[in-house]
Design a protein around this ligand. Structure first.
Ligand code: ZN
Ligand code: ZN
Length: 746
C-alpha cells in the first residue's frame, strides 16, 4: 500500500477511532455466552459537579484499561457508569446559579459524559443513569421501605446544626467557625427526629469477610479496617448501683488496674446508672450538646460523673463516668478506665474529682511492670467503633422519604405500589427554609392506612443512602429499570462486580455497600451473593494533586483535563496519568509525565509506520536470514517476557508498571534492529517480518492504555481490518523466527 508519509495526529486518530467504536458498538455489555467469564468493572460514581477532574481521569483510565484488557482476552465485560446526582453539591451549585437543581444536574451530566467520550473511556453509555431520575430513586425508596420493614432503619433524635435566620438545618460543611455559610449568623445545635440506618448487626460479618477478601488492594482493605475500628481485648461483668454492667478493655493484662468505668451516653442501659435528677439533666445536655462534632480529644471531650459506682475486679469501688469518648474509641459501650496504661484514660481521670489522681509514670503499656495477672472471669471480647448513622437530611434535592405522618396512625410507610413518591422537578432551593415543606402539592396527602388528611415526610434521603446501591443499576438494562431492579435476573450474571475502582476516600461508601448487600442477601433479593460482598475485587487509588497540594480554584493550581486533551490528545493524557504513579501513591501532577507519554506515542507511531512501509521492499537472503535467526529468537523471548509482565501488571491493575513495561518492550524492539544492522549492515526480510510482528504485538499490548493510537497502528500495518477490531490480547508465538522463506503475513 503506497501512501504519503503521514504524521502522528492525535486529534484525527482519536476522532476516527471514537467514531468507529460507536459504529461497531464495541462497548455494549454483551449477553455472556455459556462458560464466558463475566466481568463487571465498576468505577466511582461522581457527583454531577460540572467538570471531570484529574482524579476522575485517573479512576476511569485505570478502570477502562482493565475493561479493555478483559475484552481483549475474550471475556464478557460490563463497564458501567452512573451519577451520584442528588445531594448538597448539586443543590449548592443550583442555589448559586438560581436555577432548579434538576436543570443543573442535566447540564453537568451531559458535559461530563462528553468529556468522558473525548477521553475514549469505553463505558456502556446506553446504561448511564442518574440517581436523581425517577426510575432510579423509586428503587432508593423501595430500599428504604425494605430496610424499614426489616428493622434496619429506625427513627431517633439526632443533633443537627440549625440557623435561626435561614430557618434551616445545615450540613457540617455549611458551618464555618460556628456560623452559617449563607447569613454568617451563629448556628445552634438542635435535636430533631432523624432516620438512621442500623449497621451494627453486620459489623462482625464485615470484619470476618475483610480477612478473606481476595483481589482487594492494601489501601482498600485498610479503609475497611479503619472504618470498622475494631478493638480486641477482654470484657467482664461488674456489679454496681445500676445492676450488672458488662465492661470492655483493650488492655487484657492491665484490667486489674482500672480506676473508673467509662459509659457511653448512648449505652442502652445508661439511664439505670443515673439516680440524681441533676445528673440526668447533664446527660440530656450532653445528648443535645452536639458532641458529634466536638473534639475527640480526652482533654476536651465532655465528661461527667454519674455518681454511681461498680465493684471493680479487685472489689474496689470504681466511679462510673459518662462520656462520648468511649463511642469514639469502642462504640456505644462501657469501658474500663485504666490511667496506668492508657493515656486517654489518664487525661480523662485528671478532670474528674472522684477518680483518684494517677501519680505513677510507670504505665508502659500492656507489657509494662505494672501489668498484673489477668482478671478472673474476663472473657475474650471485641468492640467496633463503626455505628449506625443518620440517613435523612432537611434538604430538598434528594430522594423523598416514602413515609406519611397521620395523626391517627403515626408514621405510615407509603405502599410499594404507590412508588415513586415524586420529587417536584421545578423546586428552586434558595438556602432558606425547606422548599419541600412549603409545597402543599407535595406535603398534603391522604393517609395510606385510614384515608384521613396526613402530611408527607419532608426530609429527603442523604445521597449516601442512594449510594448504598449505586453499583447495581448498570447491571440492569435501562428499559427494564422502571419495573424491575433488585430482582432482575441479569444481576445474577454480573454481580458481584469483579472490580471496583474508586478513590481512596470512598471507604465509607464501600463499607456501607457491603453492609446493605448482606442485608439484602438475608432479606432475599441478593440471596445469590452468599458472601454478602458486592465487590469481588477492589482497587483504591489516591488523588491527583499539583505542586504538592490539593488542587483548588482558590490556589489556582487546578489542572483542567480538557486543556491537556486539546493540546496533547486523549491517549497522551491517559498514558501519562497511568504512568506517573502507582495507584496507592498520591499523584503529584507534572508536565514531565505528559511529555514523556507524548514523546513515546509519537516515536512508536512514526517508527512503526516506517517499518510497516519498508517491509515489502526489504530483500530476502537465505544465508543472511539463517545468520540472524538466534537474534529473532531472542526478540521473541523479549516479547514473551515483556508480554507476561504486562499481562501480570494489568491483571493486578498496576497500570504504571504495565505502561513502563510497554515502553521497555519498545526499546527492546529498537535494540533488535540495531543489533541486526550492527552484525549484517541491514535487516533481512525475515528480520523485518519478525520486527513488524513484534511491533504489532506491542500495539495490541498498548491498546488498553492508549486505545486510539494502538488501533491506528494496527490498521496502518495493513494486517488488521477495522471491522475486526478491537484486537484480541496478543501471543508471542506470532513472532516468526525460523530462517525459511518468510510469509507475506504474520
Ligand atoms: Zn443562615
Ligand atoms: Zn391514618
Amino acid at each position: 500500500m503506497s501512501k504519503q508519509k503521514p504524521n502522528f495526529d492525535a486529534e484525527r486518530t482519536e476522532g476516527e477511532r471514537q467514531a468507529a467504536w460507536e459504529r461497531r458498538g464495541d462497548f455494549e455489555a454483551p449477553r455472556p455466552a455459556a462458560g464466558q467469564a463475566r466481568v463487571y468493572v465498576k468505577p466511582s460514581s461522581p457527583f454531577t459537579s460540572g467538570n471531570l477532574h484529574m482524579g476522575h481521569v485517573r479512576d476511569y483510565s485505570i478502570g477502562d484499561a482493565y475493561a479493555r484488557f478483559r475484552r481483549a482476552r475474550g471475556d464478557a465485560v460490563l463497564l458501567g457508569f452512573g451519577f451520584d446526582a442528588f445531594g448538597l453539591p448539586a443543590e449548592l451549585a443550583a442555589i448559586e446559579r438560581q436555577e432548579p437543581p434538576a436543570d443543573w444536574v442535566a447540564q453537568c451530566g451531559e458535559r461530563m459524559l462528553g468529556q468522558m467520550k473525548r477521553l475514549g473511556f469505553s463505558f456502556d453509555y446506553d446504561r448511564v443513569f442518574y440517581s436523581s431520575d425517577e426510575s432510579q430513586y423509586r428503587w432508593s425508596q423501595w430500599l428504604f421501605l425494605t430496610l424499614l420493614e426489616a428493622d434496619l432503619i429506625y427513627r431517633d433524635d439526632a443533633t443537627v446544626d440549625w440557623c435561626d435566620t435561614c430557618q434551616t438545618t445545615l450540613a457540617s460543611i455549611q458551618v464555618e467557625d460556628g456560623r452559617c455559610w449563607r447569613c454568617h449568623n451563629e448556628v445552634r445545635l438542635i435535636r430533631r427526629p432523624t432516620w438512621f440506618l442500623r449497621i451494627t448487626p453486620y459489623l462482625e460479618e464485615n470484619d470476618r469477610n475483610t480477612e478473606e477478601l481476595e483481589n482487594w488492594d492494601d489501601l482498600a482493605l485498610a479503609t475497611q479496617r479503619y472504618i470498622l475500628g475494631r478493638s480486641d481485648g477482654v470484657e467482664l461483668d461488674l456489679e454496681g448501683d445500676g445492676g450488672l454492667l458488662t465492661v470492655f478493655s483493650p488492655h487484657r493484662a492491665a484490667a486489674g488496674l482500672a480506676s473508673f468505668v467509662l459509659l457511653s451516653p448512648r449505652h442502652p442501659d445508661v439511664d439505670a446508672w443515673i439516680a440524681d435528677s441533676a445528673v440526668r439533666e447533664e446527660l440530656e445536655q450532653m445528648r443535645s450538646g452536639g458532641w458529634d462534632r466536638s473534639a475527640r480529644d480526652a482533654r476536651s471531650v465532655p465528661v461527667f460523673d454519674s455518681g454511681a459506682s461498680v465493684a471493680g475486679p479487685g472489689g474496689e469501688q470504681l466511679p462510673v463516668l459518662i462520656s462520648p469518648l468511649v463511642d469514639a474509641r469502642f462504640g456505644p459501650t462501657a469501658a474500663l478506665g485504666i490511667p496506668a496504661v492508657d493515656e486517654a484514660d489518664r487525661d480523662l481521670a485528671a478532670r474528674v474529682e472522684r477518680v483518684p489522681t494517677f501519680a505513677g509514670d510507670e504505665g508502659e503499656g500492656e507489657d509494662g511492670e505494672r501489668a498484673v495477672a489477668p482478671v478472673a472471669g474476663a472473657r475474650e471480647a471485641k468492640r467496633y467503633r463503626a455505628n449506625d448513622f443518620s440517613i435523612s437530611r432537611q434538604r430538598s434535592w434528594g430522594t423523598p422519604i416514602p413515609v406519611v405522618y397521620c395523626e391517627e396512625c403515626g408514621a405510615v410507610p407509603v405502599p410499594e405500589a404507590e412508588l415513586p413518591v415524586v420529587l417536584p422537578r421545578d423546586i428552586r432551593p434558595t438556602g432558606e427554609g425547606n422548599p419541600l415543606a412549603e409545597r402543599p402539592d407535595f406535603v398534603d396527602v391522604a393517609c395510606p392506612e385510614c384515608g384521613a388528611a396526613a402530611k408527607r415526610e419532608t426530609d429527603t434521603l442523604d445521597c449516601h443512602f442512594d449510594a448504598l446501591w449505586l453499583w447495581v443499576p448498570a447491571a440492569v438494562p435501562p428499559a427494564d429499570r422502571a419495573e424491575l431492579m433488585f430482582e432482575h435476573p441479569d444481576l445474577k450474571e454480573w454481580l458481584p462486580a469483579e472490580r471496583l475502582v474508586a478513590g481512596g476516600d470512598s471507604g465509607g461508601f464501600v463499607f456501607d455497600q457491603r453492609i446493605v448487600t448482606k442485608a439484602l442477601r438475608d432479606i432475599g433479593p441478593f440471596a445469590f451473593m452468599a458472601e454478602g460482598e458486592p465487590f469481588a475485587g477492589c482497587l483504591f487509588h489516591e488523588m491527583v494533586i499539583a505542586d504538592g497540594r490539593k488542587m483548588s480554584k482558590h490556589l489556582g493550581n487546578v489542572v483542567n483535563p480538557d486543556e491537556l486533551v486539546e493540546q496533547y490528545g486523549a491517549d497522551t493524557v491517559r498514558l501519562a496519568i497511568l504512568y506517573a504513579a502507582g495507584p496507592a501513591k498520591t499523584l503529584n501532577w507534572s508536565d514531565g509525565a505528559l511529555r514523556f507519554a507524548n514523546r513515546f506515542l509519537r516515536n512508536l507511531w512514526t517508527y512503526s509506520q516506517d517499518r510497516f512501509a519498508a517491509l515489502e521492499e526489504t530483500p530476502h537472503d537465505e544465508e543472511a536470514a539463517a545468520d540472524t535467526e538466534f537474534m529473532r529468537d531472542r526478540l521473541r523471548k523479549w516479547c514473551e517476557n515483556g508480554l507476561a509482565r504486562i499481562t501480570d501488571d494489568v491483571e493486578q491493575l498496576q497500570m504504571h508498571k504495565a505502561v513502563r513495561n510497554v515502553t521497555r518492550l519498545f526499546e527492546r524492539i529498537q535494540d533488535f534492529e540495531k543489533r541486526v544492522v550492527g552484525r549484517r549492515g541491514q535487516l533481512d526480510r525475515a528480520d523485518a517480518e519478525a520486527q513488524v510482528a513484534a511491533l504489532l504485538l506491542l500495539a495490541q499490548a498498548l491498546a488498553p492504555f492508549a486505545p486510539h493510537t494502538a488501533e491506528d497502528l494496527l490498521l496502518g500495518s495493513g494486517r488488521f481490518e477495522d471491522a475486526y477490531l478491537p484486537a484480541s490480547w496478543p501471543d508471542s508465538a506470532a513472532i516468526p523466527v525460523a530462517a525459511g522463506t518468510p510469509s507475506a503475513s504474520a
